[in-house]
Design a protein around this ligand. Structure first.
Ligand code: ADQ
Length: 479
């Protein structure tokens, strides 16, 4: 039920993200409505949005279209327009072909193009302008992620009254890699416009603080920066999580139980069902995982009559060249393995290049005996936490890369180095064959961790700290 019209009241809580949390639905009669996308962030922030007068500033997903602010599901949405060229330069270019690979340990080479940077600056300025126009005096503004790192400073220049938080969902890289960026100092200054800069892990906050000292010659004490305008900025870790209880409830339903059984049945009721679920991204370690599984079958260490791998890969960033190559590579790799070791009606790998509703994801998680999460670098990885939340008993096993942020919290997972294919293979076999009591001990601890640290916990921690920093109630270190 989309409604037109400008907002009448200014907002005192504003989320700023590249995308609005809605998708457009086109109806056969030509009308369009909006549907709230199932993301964790919008779910977590809904209570805060409603208890305050909240607004969300972001792109609505269609290039070359200017839309008025509108309300959907009681959320006030403020669309930021992007031209076709800006989508190519700011989003696909600077965000996803420069920053994304640079911040993920340069697992793919980042491209540095000056026209992409220009577009990034221009679009960040537009987001800042829209936000400045809708935010009430003294409002809390929470800027999200790597696409908008200049917004905090741009916003502060116009609106020093605002309380500004920033959260980075991806890793913040080691200084040796970060300093490759031709615009390294501008981005540090952009982030320092915030009162609180949040990272997934303490290591990211440390990298940031070190760079601020080295590059900008600012004084830092513990997790505080003494900014050049006299403000104190805090940099700290807030590991993001999921809506664990609602994920668990979904997985526990009769319908999900039925669908999970059906999935196993369709696969020939294997003794062990391995599952991988990722956005199709070169950071996620898909080739390594598929390689390991293929070798285990070829060497007879996994019997294809007794085990199957389902790999679900959500289509992603298909206009960026490296993503197109990755897709072709994986198609070939899966095809080769299935043709070499598969038998009629029983390919060992079921590969699905598609996005599924939450219900289907819950059924897959519930059906799987061994979840394999093997990113080469990942800010957090919510898939690992979703699998744990969907367990019905203390069963199942999680094989998890040390290079996922989630490995810091999920210590009882079967941790692996995805670059070490032999180690990965050994651990997959170990997880497959582990006695029930060993798996139960591990899973019990994992479940406790995920349920005690859910998405509400994350949002509350961040916003409480932002309140304290801006109210000057922090225990500031002596200078
Ligand atoms: P992503 O790189 O997208 O997120 P992840 O944290 O795993 O990675 O989140 C993916 C989400 O998409 C999960 O909720 C998952 O259920 C869903 N999903 C994946 N495949 C799907 C499919 N085929 N169909 C439907 N849904 C699918 C970035 C960072 C992460 C960080 C998050 C949150 O890269 O490190 O954890 O942001 O901060």
């Amino acid at each position: 039920k989309a409604e037109g019209g400008r907002p009448t009241r200014k907002a005192n809580f504003v989320v700023v993200a590249n995308r609005l949390p809605v998708d457009r639905v086109e109806h056969p009669d030509g009308t369009t409505t909006w549907r709230t996308s199932p993301g964790g962030l919008v779910t977590a922030l809904e209570p805060v949005m409603h208890s305050h007068h909240g607004a969300w500033v972001g792109w609505h997903g269609a290039p070359d279209e200017v839309l008025d602010p509108f309300e959907n599901d009681d959320l006030e949405l403020v669309p930021v327009p992007l031209s076709e060229a800006e989508v190519a330069d700011y989003y696909e270019g600077f965000s996803n072909a420069t920053l994304w690979p640079l911040y993920h340990d340069v697992v793919a080479p980042p491209e540095f193009r000056r026209e992409w940077w220009d577009a990034y600056v221009r679009v960040n300025q537009r987001f800042a302008d829209r936000t400045a126009a809708v935010a009430d005096q003294g409002a809390v503004v929470w800027v999200q992620d790597y696409q908008l790192q200049l917004v905090p400073q741009m916003l502060r220049e116009q609106r020093p009254d605002l309380r500004i938080g920033f959260f980075l969902h991806i890793p913040f890289p080691p200084t040796e890699l970060y300093i490759q960026l031709p615009w390294r100092d501008q981005i540090l200054r952009g982030l320092l416009g915030a009162d609180l800069v949040g990272f997934q892990l303490g290591g990211g906050a440390q990298n940031f603080l070190r760079l601020v000292r080295q590059r900008l010659h600012l004084d830092t004490r513990r997790e505080f920066v003494h900014a050049s305008d006299g403000r104190t900025v805090m940099a700290r870790a807030y590991p993001i999580s999921i809506a664990a209880q609602s994920m668990h409830d979904l997985a526990s339903s009769e319908a999900t139980a039925h669908r999970a059984a059906e999935i196993r049945d369709d696969l020939g009721n294997p003794k062990t069902l391995f599952l991988g679920v990722d956005r199709l991204d070169y950071t996620k370690g898909l080739p390594e995982r598929i390689q390991a599984f293929g070798e285990l079958i070829a060497e007879g260490k996994i019997d294809p009559d007794e085990a199957a791998l389902v790999q679900v890969a959500t289509p992603s960033r298909e206009r960026v060249e490296q993503y197109r190559h990755l897709r072709d590579d994986i198609d070939r790799q899966v095809g080769r393995i299935n043709s070499e070791v598969g038998r009629i009606g029983r390919p060992p790998i079921t590969y699905l290049h598609a996005s599924y509703p939450r219900e289907e994801m819950a059924a897959l998680y519930r059906a799987a005996d061994v979840m394999i999460v093997t990113p080469l670098r990942d800010g957090m990885n919510l898939v690992a936490k979703e699998y744990v939340a969907c367990r019905q008993a203390d069963d199942g096993a999680l094989v998890l890369s040390e290079f996922a942020g989630a490995a810091r919290e999920l210590r009882q997972a079967y941790l692996i180095n995805p670059h070490d294919i032999d180690g990965l293979k050994e651990t997959m076999v170990e997880a497959m064959n582990a006695p029930a009591r060993v798996k139960a001990r591990r899973m019990r601890l994992l479940r406790r961790q995920v349920f005690e640290h859910d998405i509400d916990h994350w949002a509350r921690d961040f916003l409480d700290d932002l309140d304290r920093v801006t109210a000057d109630q922090m225990d500031w270190p002596a200078r």
